[in-house]
Design a binder for this molecule. Structure first.
Ligand code: NIG
Ligand code: FE
Length: 405
């Protein structure tokens, strides 16, 4: 059984206390057995005998839980660097979508990609994502927008889960936008979703959550409600892409439908924030999406003050967030969304896990949870966030196994 000793500070990040309460433990050790944490806490209280363990030395570095990226669109065909250039030159994300770019251009490339091709690309990305510190990841469909192509994408996630150590959670996002062949008959697409695609995804247990993009350019609150309620009937709890580009009642809908999270929220209303707090909906802030669409960032401190738990995720996708580095997103959330480093850490660990219903097995360093943790060569979490360094020495343990040293 392995025992990691000589940890200067271990940050437990329990689902207790407030968002700042990351429970630092000084001079700590952690032991695990068959990929599951057996003990994590101060060396002085460790109940075992060192000579019974395979002892590893953290060399005075810090240990944090493996990161949880609770919002990504991992599998897609192609990339969209030209749109990046257009946005930098002044075209808005919506203008680009209206002229046939945006989500629809990725839909075209995803539809024309074979499942194996999508799998190979997503698998290569996942390896890099794991090496950057993310050990649990949520992955959405939503670039297929037909029965065949949505299922193809969700199968890719099933295969990744089967072949990879990382914890992978799938979300069905058939309501990402209305596909081109239904442009003038959106009700027919919604019927296709509620009568065919959602039942099939539910019956084949291809996704744990059902997400909708609530936005003028995508789905209205009433349309989204119908889709989310159908998802619930098939065992998928709601999630909402809410209030990203305009304030459209997305957060309110998330609270009303019992969504596990509402994500983006740059334009959330005060009523929406209050309703989320009352219903315990986790807010997911996505700093890369704000950065790349050149929108103002979410004021996370305001949400925390109102009693909402805030998770931090990448939104990794080929359009609005082509970057998968969660520590960088955390640093942006500190600088632009008024999170302290401790709050960002809780947002990318235990609250990220809560946003995808994984808090009983990941997100904190407690007995019985998966032995997912990072050993980082910094004196503190504050220092880690303050000096973002892509070449920082970091070890990544996933289910007790070192996947990056
Ligand atoms: O989460 N907001 C909607 N969907 C994605 C963007 C997808 C894309 O641009 O391809 C998002 O930002
Ligand atoms: Fe997204």
């Amino acid at each position: 059984m392995p025992l990691l000793k000589n940890i200067s500070t271990l940050y437990v990040c329990p689902d207790e206390g407030d968002q700042s309460d990351i429970r630092p433990v000084h001079d700590a050790v952690i032991s695990w057995k068959e990929g599951v944490i057996e003990w994590a806490g101060p060396k002085s209280e460790f109940p075992g005998r060192e000579d019974e363990y395979e002892v590893l030395n953290a060399g005075g570095r810090i240990v944090i839980p493996g990161l949880v990226d609770c919002h990504t669109h991992l599998a897609f065909g192609g990339w969209r660097p030209d749109e990046f250039e257009m946005r930098v030159q002044g075209k808005s994300y919506l203008e680009i979508s209206r002229s046939g770019g945006g989500i629809l251009s990725t839909v075209k490339e995803t539809r024309s990609s074979h499942e194996n091709e999508l799998y190979k690309k997503a698998s290569g990305l996942l390896d890099k994502i794991n090496r950057s510190g993310t050990t649990t990841i949520e992955c959405k469909s939503g670039y297929g927008l037909s029965l065949k192509d949505e299922i193809k994408t969700l199968r890719v996630y099933d295969r990744l889960r089967f072949n990879n150590k990382a914890h992978i959670i799938s979300t069905f996002l058939g309501a990402h936008t209305v596909p081109p062949e239904f442009q003038d008959q959106r009700e027919s697409y919604i019927r296709l979703l509620t009568d065919d695609i959602i039942p099939r995804v539910g019956e084949e247990k291809l996704a744990k959550f059902c997400d909708v993009f609530v936005e003028e350019s995508a789905f209205s609150v009433d349309e989204a409600r119908q889709i989310l309620e159908t998802g619930k009937q098939y065992g998928m709890r709601p999630k909402v892409h809410a209030d990203q580009l305009s304030s459209g009642g997305g957060a309110e809908l998330a609270a009303e439908t019992g969504a596990i999270s509402a994500d983006h929220l740059e334009k959330v209303s005060d009523t929406g924030i209050r309703m989320m707090a009352e219903s315990g909906v986790v807010a997911v802030t996505l700093p890369f999406a704000s950065l790349y669409t050149q929108e103002s960032f979410l004021d996370c401190r305001k949400l925390i003050d109102e009693g909402v738990q805030v998770a931090v995720a990448t939104d990794f996708n080929p359009g609005s967030a082509p970057c998968y580095d969660l520590p960088l997103a955390m640093m942006l959330a500190c600088n632009q969304s008024r999170l302290t480093p401790a709050q960002a850490l809780k947002g990318a660990t235990i609250y990220g896990a809560k946003a995808i219903g994984m808090e009983s097995s990941t997100g904190s360093l407690e007995k019985g949870k998966s032995a997912d943790f990072l050993v980082i060569d910094v004196p503190s979490v504050n220092f880690w966030m303050y000096q973002f360094a892509p070449d920082r020495k970091m070890e990544v343990f996933l289910k007790g196994e070192c996947i990056r040293s």
